[in-house]
Ligand binder design. Structure first.
Ligand code: ATP
Length: 617
């Protein structure tokens, strides 16, 4: 109930429409309920007394009541539609805005497909429930109360029939709702599963085709689809029981009233018109009970959706700007002070342990390490995508938690491992970096990230439509566009998380050469290829969440076993791109070159690779 009230609180400006809708249904029902009384009078007074004037007058009153009931009914429909669709729109917007405030840790709590379902299907379920249930929700109780009052007013003795029938009916209905309620929860979860499968398949449809997994996916779908059909059948088998219960009660009540009413007419205690009017109320009261039971079933179904939406809205945001936050990052210096980090408080292992690092403003730092060694985790702490579990990360001499989040993230640009472009043109995507960038600035960023190499080949150039998620460009082109976008932010720190992995080695080197000209910007490069980082001022080797070694290319080649193994594996065996790396890097690298030669002569295991468990192997 608390969650229901919470959802209703999102009506906002549509509250007025909802109230108007309720009032109009009350008025509509009241007009409708007066008609049987007028009818009873026509029969008992007008027809019995052959009073044509009276019949005509009552007829006009009946027509007015019917007309007013129709008009209020129509007006209600307009207000109710505005209120329910308005509420739906506001709920979607509230969820969407809330998700914008989520930290990466918050996002880890939800599947992307689940968030999509919660913003679409779940809102639609609530919207449909309210749309279909709004009128009966108000009309049912109103008609029930007025019906009872007028039935007692017409004939209190006959109305006693209700006193017997109504409780039997109410108890039966309560039992059905109690049984069906939890089943609706299960049904909603099954719908969710089906949505998840469909969404995942559609998102990854290219991979499904590439791996010829169509049959497997169809089987998956068939399984959840049949599960949904079975759950629906099970749920509705109980839900439809309300109809026999209601109709049995209705006909029992009608039969009893006809029987007792007939006896009373024969005994002269009741008029024919009174009985006709009374029977109308019987039908209206029983109809209102049908309405109320249906509304209960509808609302029970939407409770699961309400709960899921509240989960999104009430997810506590664990990252926020502090009060009196610093608005300016003075420079691009970075320091990790005894940093440990866990993705979840209850996780057994730390993703980073006791990391101490000092990076001077304007310097270039390479980060190497095996899969899962913590490279991405480390750099994500700099723009405060996650908060440290222990220790502190300092940027520009201040703890990142002291900055305004937007100011910090404007100063620290990160090109994520999973590059994402958005629907729209190249220009629109680039302007994410700087919404006010002039044409020349956009083109300069394109030159630095070597987007210029393919930009002219795109139809329309900078105004080429990239399609959803950048499907119209290659992986390497996408990476270069993401780099250009980050450069446009003119950050003080720029982080490349393996962001040139799909770029050929010559272009990679050319991009690095361009970046090396950016003065005053701290550059952090996570890479798999030694060639991508060997010109860095310092290289950090990570192993299993710990800093294994820090030094220049030359120092590490001389002293660090893991670095030697990676280097050897890439120059001798596995990585065919290595010769290109060294050719290009020799042209603009300084101190590393002599060491390169020295070490490439040393005997290191060919094809050595690097993994999380054992470092180099
Ligand atoms: N969102 C997450 N939730 C929980 N654990 C995570 C999450 N992201 C990463 N991890 C775990 O943290 C550890 C470090 O991961 P991280 O992505 O930092 O490694 P990495 O060195 O960047 O690997 P790669 O080279 O494959 O990108 C891994 O064990 C990984 O499984």
């Amino acid at each position: 109930m608390h969650e229901f009230r919470r959802i209703v609180s999102y009506l906002g400006p549509y509250r007025r429409d909802a109230i108007m809708g309720i009032l109009l249904v009350v008025v509509e029902s009241a007009f409708e309920m007066v008609i049987p009384i007028l009818m009873a009078d026509i029969i008992d007074v007008g027809v019995a007394g052959r009073d044509l004037d009276f019949i005509f007058r009552q007829g006009v009153y009946m027509a007015i009541c019917a007309l007013l009931s129709l008009i209020t009914g129509l007006a209600y429909a307009r207000f109710a539609a505005r209120a329910t669709y308005g509420l739906g729109a506001r709920l979607r917007a509230a969820e969407y805005e809330r998700v914008q405030d989520y930290s990466f840790a918050n996002l880890d709590h939800f599947e992307t497909s689940s968030l999509v379902t919660r913003m679409t299907t779940d809102v639609t379920v609530i919207q449909n429930a309210l749309n279909a249930g709004f009128r009966p929700m108000v009309r049912g109780p109103v008609m029930l109360i007025i019906g009872f009052i007028l039935a007692f007013y017409l004939n209190a003795e006959l109305a006693l029939v209700f006193v017997v029938v109504a409780p039997v009916m109410a108890i039966s209905m309560a039992l059905i709702v109690r049984r069906v309620g939890p089943l609706y929860g299960v049904l909603q979860a099954t719908v969710d599963k089906l949505n998840d499968v469909v969404q995942e398949m559609l998102t990854a449809v290219r991979a499904v085709k590439a791996y010829v997994r169509g049959d497997y996916e169809c089987e998956q779908f068939r399984r959840v689809n049949q599960g949904l059909a079975a759950t629906s059948e099970h749920t509705f088998r109980f839900a439809v029981l309300n109809m026999p219960v209601l109709y049995t009660s209705m006909y029992t009540a009608t039969t009893l009233i006809m029987w007792f009413g007939g006896q009373m007419i024969l005994g002269g205690a009741l008029e024919v018109g009174e009985l006709t009017g009374f029977l109308s109320y019987v039908l209206q009261i029983l109809n209102s009970l049908i309405m109320i039971s249906n509304v209960f079933l509808l609302l029970t179904r939407s409770l699961a959706s309400i709960h899921r939406i509240c989960e999104v809205l009430d997810e506590p945001i664990d990252l926020a700007s502090p009060e009196h936050a610093l608005e300016e990052v003075p420079d691009g210096s970075i320091e990790f002070r005894d940093v440990s980090f866990k993705y979840r408080a209850d996780a057994r292992e730390c993703a980073l342990e006791h990391v101490n690092l000092s990076i001077a403003a304007g310097s270039t730092v390479g980060i190497l390490g095996g899969t899962g060694s913590g490279k991405t985790t480390l750099v994500q702490l700099i723009p405060r995508l996650y908060d440290v579990t222990e220790g502190a990360v300092l940027v520009g001499g201040h703890d990142v938690r002291a900055y305004d989040l937007a100011a910090l993230r404007d100063a620290v640009a990160i090109v994520l491992q999973k590059n994402v472009l958005f629907s729209g043109t190249v220009r629109e995507n680039l302007m994410w970096g700087d919404g006010k960038a002039a044409e020349e600035e956009l083109l300069e960023a394109c030159r630095q990230a070597r987007v210029d190499e393919f930009l002219d080949r795109l139809p329309g150039g900078i105004d080429y439509d990239l399609g959803q998620g950048g499907v119209n460009v290659s992986g390497g082109q996408k990476q270069r566009l993401c780099i250009a976008r980050a450069l446009l932010k003119r950050p003080k720190v720029i982080i490349f998380d393996d962001s040139t992995s799909a770029v050929d080695t010559a272009t990679d080197a050319s991009i690095r050469q361009n970046l090396s000209r950016l003065t005053g910007v701290t550059k952090i490069i996570i890479a798999q290829r030694v060639g991508s980082v060997q010109d860095a001022d310092q290289i950090v080797v990570l192993d299993d969440g710990r800093v294994h070694a820090v030094g220049t290319h030359g120092e590490l080649l001389a002293t660090d076993s893991i670095y030697q193994e990676i280097y050897a594996s890439q120059t001798r065996g596995g990585d065919t791109s290595a010769p290109g790396d060294y050719l290009v890097s020799d042209t603009f690298l300084s101190s590393a070159a002599p060491d390169d030669k020295k070490v490439s002569d040393t005997k290191l295991s060919p094809g050595a690779s690097f993994d999380r468990e054992g470092g180099a192997r």
